[in-house]
Structure formats: C-alpha cells, structure tokens
Design a protein around this ligand. Structure first.
Ligand code: ZN
Ligand code: ZN
Length: 335
C-alpha cells in the first residue's frame, strides 16, 4: 500500500510498503479519513519537534476508521468497530505515570505506522470506539479536539470567566468551542486572517479581533472592564503571541500555552510583573485523559464548520500547502 513518509523538510513522498505484521496488543484499522495537524505543518516545514528527528518518518496521526484485525491479547475491540486513536499514550508503568503525571510520561506507547495511508497499526490502548452519532469526518477530529478539552482542564476555567484565545487555527477554534460550553461568559478570539476570524464567529466567539489593528492587550482590557482576560489560551506558538498572552492577562489569571513554539525560540516576561500579578503560566501537551470527553462533545456540539477542505490522500502535498497558507480550517484527507 502507498504510505506517506517525510524524508526531510518539505520532502513528503508516498512509498510502497507491505502492511505491518500485527503485534499481540495491536489492532489494524482501515482508515476512512485522516486529518492534517498543526504539528504536521510544523514538522513538514522543518521544525525540530521534541526528540523525533529520525527520517524518513511515517506521516499523519489524526484519523477515523474501522478495525479490520485484532491482536491475540486484545479484548476491548473487535473487527468492524468504528474507531479513532491518539498517536501516543502514557505507559502507565514509569515513575511519572505512577506519581500522577501520566500526561508527561517520557516512555509513551506510540503508533508503529502513519495515518496517511490506507491502513494503520495502533496499540489497542491508544484506540477509542466512536458512537454512531460521530461521523468519520468528525471522528477524525478527536485527537485535536481532545487537546482543546485538556487545555480547558489545565486552565481551571471557572464559570463566568472571560477568556481570550490567541489564534484561530483548528486548535484555537476547538478551544473556543469548549470554553463556551465549559462556562466562559465571554470568549474573545484574536486572529490576523479574515478567513479564520469568520470561522471563529461561526464557532460562537463573542468578539473576534484582528491583532494587527491596534494594541491587542488594550483591546482585550477594554472588552473586560479594564481588568484583562481571566484565562488566556495561546494557540499559535510564537514568542510574540506568548508575550501578548501574558500582557492581556488579568491579575491572578491563568495563561495556558497550547501552541508549539520552535525549539530555539525564547519569550520574555518581567519577573516583578509576575510577582505583583500572581499569574499562572501553564503548558498543555496532548490529549491525555480527555479523549472520551472529546468524543462526547463531538457527538453533541456542532464543530463541523471547522472542516473546510477535503482532499484525496494522493494530493496531500497540495493540502499541506493550503494548510500552511492559513486560508483553511481543518483539512481532511481521504485514502
Ligand atoms: Zn494532532
Ligand atoms: Zn509512563
């Protein structure tokens, strides 16, 4: 079968590969559709992401599909199940997992192949069944949507809080949607591209701002009776937007960094400002512990406007270029 591999920056190729032999704890899944993640775009463009620098690497990790084969130890899934999966899950055995820090487990259980292919082999512990109320297209959003659910967990958002989301890409849009249903009284979205500002409006943003027009922190303070946002989600990953997030936060606020910054970038803050404003700055990485809740929301919330384009898998490169242009929401691929 033809599987996508990244051989180096901007060098994506389809390679003919035999399907992998199934391990005892694995399942094989025939892919109905897969998604393009923001991190796929970063890695495609050459970003060093974590410690995964080996190439060529199998590409794609967001998808929905149907189980076609189960390993001998697998009792939780059966052939024919409609499923989605997350690319890695905590090992459950290391010191971090055993002390309640599973989301940052360093010994994660991962896919052995990529999702930009007709089928994938995944460890059963990474796989989740989809209800009939979640289509394949929405099911393929599970992993990024669950990242937004976990970002809300990390924010400790309180009912009535005023929220600002910086960045109107798919993760920012999902964070907006989850913040609304999790009790935010007002969600402001900052996004420079008109195309994505429109999507934010469709997803229920109370106010959408173009940050290139004026001082973003001042605008947010004007919209929050002068105090600033109680919770800020940074969903871009640049030093400038991280600094903006800190500057627009209300005293006592929480800033959650969802965006993936380049490994070499540095953001600045004033320690004395941190002291006087008692800000909390938190990272959030991945969907651990949020997947089932994400699937429940996908069954009830209408986030389908976020899916703006669908390409055949063979046109993945064109789809990536569109994603990099920013003139798209979530892009799906069909094998
Ligand atoms: Zn993803
Ligand atoms: Zn672990």
């Amino acid at each position: 079968m033809q599987c996508a591999y990244l051989f180096g920056p901007r060098d994506l190729r389809f390679v003919e590969r035999e399907p992998l032999v199934l391990g005892p704890d694995d399942v094989r899944i025939e892919i109905a559709c897969s998604g393009i993640c923001g991190t796929d775009l970063h890695v495609y463009s050459g970003m060093i992401f974590g410690n995964s620098v080996h190439e060529p690497r199998p590409f794609g990790h967001e998808f929905a599909g149907r189980v076609s084969e189960v390993g001998v130890n697998v009792t939780t899934l059966a052939v024919g199940d409609r499923v989605t999966a997350i690319p890695n899950s905590p090992c459950g055995k290391c010191a971090l997992c055993r002390s309640g820090r599973a989301p940052v487990c360093q010994n994660r259980v991962t896919f052995r192949s990529g999702a930009w292919a007709p089928s994938i082999v995944a460890p059963a512990q990474n796989v989740y069944r989809l209800p009939d109320t979640v289509s394949d297209r929405l099911g393929a959003l599970t992993e990024p949507f669950a990242c937004a659910v976990r970002a809300i967990d990390r924010s400790e958002l309180r009912s009535g809080d005023r929220v600002c989301v910086i960045g109107g890409g798919p993760i920012g849009l999902f964070t907006l949607a989850v913040a609304k249903v999790s009790g935010a009284s007002r969600v402001i979205v900052s996004e420079p591209r008109a195309y994505r500002r429109k999507l934010a409006e469709q997803l229920g943003a109370d106010r959408v701002i173009d940050p290139t027009e004026g001082n973003l922190a001042e605008v947010v303070r004007d919209l929050t009776d002068g105090s600033g946002a109680d919770v800020v989600f940074e969903a871009v990953g640049t030093p400038r937007t991280i600094e903006q997030a800190i500057s627009m936060a209300a005293p006592g606020a929480t800033v959650v960094i969802i965006g993936v910054a380049d490994a070499a970038s540095q953001a600045a803050f004033q320690p004395q400002d941190m002291f006087f404003r008692e800000l909390t700055i938190r990272g959030t990485k991945g969907p651990t512990f949020a997947v089932e809740r994400a699937i429940r929301w996908l069954a009830t919330l209408d986030v389908s406007p976020v899916i703006t384009h669908t390409f055949p898998l063979s046109q993945a490169k064109e789809a990536i270029e569109l994603g990099l242009s920013g003139e798209a929401g979530k892009i799906l691929l069909r094998p």
